[in-house]
Structures are given as C-alpha cells and as structure tokens.
Design a protein around this ligand. Structure first.
Ligand code: FE
Length: 176
C-alpha cells in the first residue's frame, strides 16, 4: 500500500456485495519496473522474471520477463495460451515476420513452437506475460531440453527468495 494513499484517494468503502466466503483477495504488486532488485528471479544468463501471480489451480502464471542479453534465447513450444504486452525493448520470433516493440500486444496460441530472439542493439527487454500451461524447451532437432510451468516457476522463485534474504512466504500471497 502506498504511504500517501490517504492523500490521493477517498476513504475505502465496503463493497455493495461482499466477496463470497470462498472468494480470494486481489493481488497488487507495486513498482514492478523499479523497487527491490532482489525480487527478480534469475532464469538463465541475462534472463530473469518478476513474479506477479501463480495460478496453481488453473495452471497459469503471470510475470514480467526481463532480458539483458541479445541473440537467440530459446526455442519453445506452448501447451497453452499466452498473452503478452511489451513494456520495454524489442524482440521477435524467427518463425514470424512481426517484431514486438514497447506497446505491442501478442497472443500466442497452444501448439505453437517458436524461437525468441532479442536484437543486439536492445540493452533490455521487459515483457508482461500471462502464460497458461507450460513451455517445452527444444533443441534444433526438436528434442526436449527443459520444461516450465507455474509449479517450476514457483519453486524457482522460492529458492531464489531464500537465497537472497527475502521471505519465501511473501510469494504465497501471489498464489491463486
Ligand atoms: Fe512463446
């Protein structure tokens, strides 16, 4: 919560209808492009993600992906739907003719396999991703080299939080 919230908004009201007993609370993460650098979870050389939501009951996750190196990042196949919104930088897939730039929205479809590239003149790429299902990472011959989904993301984030002195229990607040 912002410290000066009282100065910039009216008092909080009770909802006209309360959230149902089995409903879950909203998630609010502030200052996603700044704040504590330790919140960024390393994923590979020059690649990290900022967790925003772990949708364990529906098999999705939401995060910011940040890339600070150029070249081919990964070839991967999606098992589920992906929504993306580019916030900084520029990237493209080898298999498509378009280039995603800050302000671009992308919907990636289940079953799609593509290879992510960040051009050499881009110092930093940050993209918001809502990922359903998983990423199957592939080598040039199509053989699987890795896998990621909401569960691997959560596990990696917890280990990172513990390693850098953040409370892993803070991540529980992002689970839905
Ligand atoms: Fe993709």
């Amino acid at each position: 919560m912002l410290d000066d919230a009282a100065a910039i908004r009216p008092p909080v009201l009770a909802p006209v209808i309360p959230i149902p007993p089995d409903g879950r609370h909203e998630i609010v993460v502030h200052d996603v492009l700044g704040g504590d650098e330790r919140r960024w979870v390393p994923q590979a050389d020059g690649v990290s993600f900022l967790p925003l939501c772990f949708g364990v009951t529906q098999g999705y996750y939401v995060n910011l992906l940040r890339v600070r190196r150029s070249g081919v990042l990964s070839c991967h196949r999606h098992t589920g739907l992906v929504h993306a919104q580019v916030l900084r930088g520029r990237w493209y897939y080898l298999e498509h003719g378009w280039v995603a730039t800050a302000g671009s929205f992308i919907l990636e479809t289940p079953g799609e396999t593509h290879t992510l590239v960040v051009p050499p003149d881009v110092d930093e790429m940050i993209t918001w991703f809502h990922v359903s299902g998983g990423y199957i990472y592939l080598d040039a011959n199509g053989a699987q080299t890795g896998f990621e989904d909401v569960f691997t993301k959560l596990e990696r984030a917890r280990a990172h939080y513990a390693a850098v002195g953040l409370d892993p229990a803070a991540l529980d607040g992002l689970i839905r």
